[in-house]
Design a binder for this molecule. Structure first.
Ligand code: SF4
Ligand code: MSK
Length: 653
């Protein structure tokens, strides 16, 4: 195993994470000479030119490095300016991030097709109500038709999301009309995701698009083909196949591992693998085998976004977010670690080997040198997942390493789908977003914020997520969460109704009346589409403007690291949302491209980007934006809690 270069120079653990369990495992790893991502980040200085996106390696006349201190002082060998170079790099990040979610969505659609045709028999359509509502949302007539026919028609319609070459993607029908009108005017309504990603890559090839504004137009169209396309299909099909989440209480943090049980972790993004793992872990014969090996049972645990899919649908315990994935192996308690796609660090393999943990890749898209590959096929899923359990049992039986499991566990509630928010606020017979809008209009709720995204070992793990969200709820901003951010807040205890005591008076009153937490977990990073649908419903219900850009909402990924996050940011911006990122932003400040992203897009009727490192500063920026939107809507005065009477409500509608 690599030794840390100079142990004395490594950062203090309290500067690396606020997660106590992860901190304990970093300490243990260091004492055992094992290097985790936190220490690799400390010893691998980020390239400053790359961080500013001021270099280009799109052809062999380069790579060309521009000077971010004097960005217009030089151009590339081909003459490319700093704005062209940054916009092209940005576009390629969006293409890669969008491709990841979109390819995942297409796999979900493939599985759906094979389930309804009978080729796959281990899965079924679990949520027929959702099947009908999704079909109707894309104008499929459902009256008098069999579920099978509706499903077949829906498959054919949603396939266009990916393969269509001309026209508008199916879920464009869900976009509020005024927002769609703006998109049409700007030429950013996506055709099909494959076409948009291909065009993005083409335009950013050497010698093609050399106008940063024109490149940005394609950035928006490509990103929207993910948010309202690939990702949205992934979420909706997962719900149809595996059930739409409803709130469920569970436990998070490394303390969910059990010393006397066979511990199996699933990490990645596709629910298919995890759903089958649940079946294998509950198989009576495998439980018997685990007991015969001396274990109390089989303990199945999630991490990262796979874990978030399962926490939302089944209440499966969750051990930690992205930055904790290596650290948990240091417990010595993990008997098998199964991964599928996305956010799987190559470093995991080395750490797993140190503790003789069986690690398996399962997806043909993601193999890791030196890692056993047990390919997962949805038409015979148990072949793979049973094998993983069997290997885990054998590792448990022969455990060689002392086990040290951090004790901390936190209770949290997850699974607030768009549909559930409807019922939660409007009641089971008259589900509606009207009470949410009313509470925003009367000022009890100041606005809504999406706080989402990764953790990143270049900044203190979980710190910005937690500080930002505390500040937002204190100021009566209701927070919706997806991705790894949600686990940061769950560990901090904010995903419980009791956390309402940290909220401002207005938000607290609403939370206490309904019995909901002030921070709602909506699922994995692919499930940001749930936030888009919720926002569209807020526009539809009325009283808060006509387009998504009118809403008093803002978004943030304060500790992001992935290209998927950049794509998500761009589709929120293109949808009309002010979106602030932390850590770093791939741009040279003061350039025309930066001004365009941070101001120009808003002038065109879209949202805009923002950037700040400090979570309190980010909170101020988001709240100021929410207040600006309240003022534009004429509801800034209602923060004094004036109740809206029926006549006023009718007028607002
Ligand atoms: Fe340099 Fe232009 Fe080639 Fe980029 S495309 S590497 S800026 S010459
Ligand atoms: S897993 S993209 S670290 S949210 Fe979706 Fe977490 Fe970010 Fe990966």
């Amino acid at each position: 195993m690599d030794k840390p270069k100079d142990k004395d120079k490594l950062p203090d653990i309290k500067d690396l994470t606020i997660c106590e369990s992860t901190g304990q495992m970093i300490e243990k790893a260091r004492s055992e000479g094992i290097v985790l991502g936190f220490d690799r980040a400390a010893t691998m200085k980020a390239c400053p030119i790359g961080a500013d996106s001021a270099c280009c390696k799109h052809c062999a006349m380069g790579p060309c490095r521009l000077n971010s201190k004097d960005p217009y002082g030089k151009v590339g060998v081909c003459g490319a300016t700093i704005d062209t170079i940054m916009a092209r790099n940005f576009g390629r990040m969006i293409a890669a991030g969008g491709a990841a979610h979109t390819d995942h969505g297409m796999v979900m659609l493939d599985v759906f097709r094979d389930v309804i045709s009978g080729k796959i028999t281990d899965y079924e359509v679990k949520d027929t109500e959702k099947l009908i509502s999704v079909a109707e949302s894309v104008d499929i007539e459902t009256e008098g038709k069999s579920m099978e026919d509706i499903a077949k028609e829906l498959y054919a319609e949603l396939e266009r999301t990916y393969t269509q070459v001309e026209g508008e993607i199916p879920f464009a029908k869900r976009v509020p009309p005024k927002t769609l009108e703006t998109w049409r005017k700007l030429g950013i309504v996506p055709r099909g995701a494959m076409r948009e990603i291909m065009e993005m890559m083409h335009r950013t090839h050497m010698g093609v698009d050399q106008d940063y504004k024109n490149i940005t137009t394609q950035c928006s169209r490509t990103a929207l083909s993910d948010g309202w396309g690939g990702s949205m299909v992934a979420t909706e099909i997962s719900d149809i196949l595996f059930g739409t989440p409803v709130p469920v209480a569970t436990e998070v943090n490394m303390g969910v591992l059990k010393e006397n049980e066979v511990n199996i972790i699933v990490h990645g993004h596709e629910p298919n693998l995890f759903e089958s793992m649940i079946a294998s872990a509950n198989s009576p014969s495998l439980i018997e085998a685990a007991k015969a090996a001396g274990a109390g049972g089989i303990n199945l645990v999630g991490m990262c976004c796979s874990g978030l899919e399962m926490i939302s649908r089944h209440g499966i315990p969750h051990a930690g977010n992205f930055s904790s994935t290596e650290a948990i192996l240091v417990t010595g308690a993990v008997d098998a670690f199964a991964v599928d796609i996305q956010c799987i660090q190559q470093g995991l393999m080395k750490v797993a080997k140190c503790y003789d943990t069986y690690m398996f890749t399962t997806n043909p898209r993601c193999k890791i040198e030196g890692c056993d590959h047990l390919e997962f096929h949805e038409d015979k899923p148990l072949d793979t997942t049973d094998e993983i359990v069997i290997k885990a049992i054998s590792r448990f039986k022969g455990r060689k390493h002392p086990v040290q499991i951090p004790k901390t566990k936190n209770t949290s509630i997850h699974g607030f789908s768009y549909e559930y928010i409807n019922y939660m606020l409007g009641g089971s017979f008259r589900g509606s977003y009207t009470p949410l809008n009313d509470n925003i209009i009367n000022g009890r709720i100041r606005g809504v914020a999406g706080v989402v995204g990764c953790t990143n070992p270049r900044v203190k793990q979980d710190y910005s997520h937690v500080e930002l969200v505390k500040e937002l709820i204190k100021n009566d901003v209701l927070v919706l969460q997806t991705g790894c951010s949600q686990i940061a807040l769950a560990k901090a205890g904010l995903l419980t109704p009791e956390a309402a005591y940290l909220a401002g008076d207005g938000l607290r009153e609403v939370c206490e009346t309904v019995g909901m937490p002030p921070v709602l977990g909506l699922g994995a990073c692919v499930d940001n589409s749930r936030i888009l649908i919720a926002a569209s419903e807020m526009v539809k219900v009325g009283g808060l403007g006509e387009s998504l850009a009118d809403l008093p909402v803002a978004g943030c990924a304060p500790e992001y690291m992935s290209e998927k996050a950049i794509c998500i940011g761009q589709y929120f911006v293109a949808s009309g949302v002010y979106t602030v990122f932390g850590v770093t932003f791939p741009i040279v400040e003061g350039t025309a491209f930066q001004k365009y992203l941070f101001e120009g897009l808003e002038q065109e009727g879209l949202g805009k980007w923002g950037f700040a490192k400090d979570p309190h500063e980010i909170a101020k920026m988001m709240i100021a934006h929410i207040d600006k939107k309240r003022k534009a809507l004429g509801i800034d005065k209602t923060r004094e809690r004036k109740l809206v009477d029926m006549a006023e409500r009718r007028e607002l509608a």
